[in-house]
Structures are given as structure tokens and as C-alpha cells.
Ligand binder design. Sequence first.
Ligand code: DX5
Ligand code: ZN
Length: 215
Amino acid sequence: MQVAPSLLAADFLRLEKDVEMLNAASDIIHLDIMDGTFVPNLSFGFSVVEAVAKKASVPMDAHFMVVNPENWVKRCSELGIAMMSFHMEAAGRKTRKILRDIRSHGMKAGLAINPDVPVEKLFPLIGEADYFLIMSVFAGFGGQKFIYQSLDRVAALKAKLAARNDAALIEVDGGVSEENAAALQEAGADILVAGSSVFRSPSPAKVIASLRNPR
Ligand code: DX5
Ligand code: ZN
């Protein structure tokens, strides 16, 4: 599996050090962008993304928890974002169009859903996305408890992707830790996002390594 630590849990007073640590230890850097409308919280915007982009040598994955994610596609591609995801609940009927727009800007297109959206809702979009982001907590805050039913959702999506012979990856985000990484791998997760479990540890690089290879 690949590991994508979420910078939301980093120490913003020493962001440079944390990005350097991630460059050495992680596969991807996950950036959580919240607008206070789609989710009841604000995180950071492009000034932070731009600063991180100057230092990041591993691919950046921007997770948009915002209304109107289409507004930010061009800006992301200009900043060198490799992967851009947004929520189906926010995009509604615009979902397919936005996925295509992200791809046409040369980025990997990701489609995210919260835990209360039936995973079957993703099935008609198979073929349009490079990865699916299954939230294992409700989007909005770091440090929440992993919802174990997410494992079944990952497995159901994995089976559908296999049946369709589709190469899209499954990313899981929220409450991911060394306690559930093995089960996530078993269920079919390809990318693990982890905030608190990485940054609250005295040895973040070790946690990243053990999430990558949980057995
Ligand atoms: C939640 C964010 C997550 C969050 C993960 O809305 O999308 O990426 O930062 O943090 P932890 O791992 O602490 O749940
Ligand atoms: Zn996220």
C-alpha cells in the first residue's frame, strides 16, 4: 500500500521540517482543503499549498471538502498537484464533468464519499476516476475514530472494480492507524491517508513504514 500522511495534523510552525520528513518517508502528501460550508471547519488554502509545493518532492494529493470544487481545478494543476479529489455529495450532477476536467488538466481524478453515502453510488462513475476516496470518518476534522463498517465498503468497491477490470485505486481516509491498516489492506485499500497516527507519534517515519507494510 501507499501512505499519504495528512498535513492537517502537522505542526504548522515547522511545516518545512515536516514536508522534508514526508519527502524522505512517505509516498504521497495529502492536503485537506475545507471551506467551512461543505464541512463545518476551515483548514488552509492555496498560500499553504503553494508553500508546500515548493518543497514537496513526492506527489501531492489535494482532498477538497468544499462546495464548487470545479473552481480550483486549474489552480491545482498550475501548482503541480498530482491528484485532486472532491466529494460527490458536493458536486452532485456535476461530478462526471469535474472528473473529466481534472483529468484533462493532467491530474489524477479522485472521487470521495462520506460514510453515509452508499458505496454503490460510485459504481456508475467507474471508468471516470483514477481513485476513489472512501472516508472512514465524516469529513471535517482530524483525530476521529475509525468507522469499522468502512472495511465492507472498501471490499465491495474492490470487488466491483475487479469485475469491471478497472485499475482505479482505493484511498481510505480518517482514523487510519497501525490498528486497522492490516484489515484495510485485506479489504483492498491501495492508499492510506493518516494524520494523527503519523504526526502524534514520536517517530512518524516508523509509523508510515508500518502502515505501508502492516503485517
Ligand atoms: C478529515 C480529513 C482527513 C484527516 C485525517 O476530514 O479528510 O484527511 O486529516 O486525519 P486522521 O488520520 O487524524 O483521522
Ligand atoms: Zn483528507
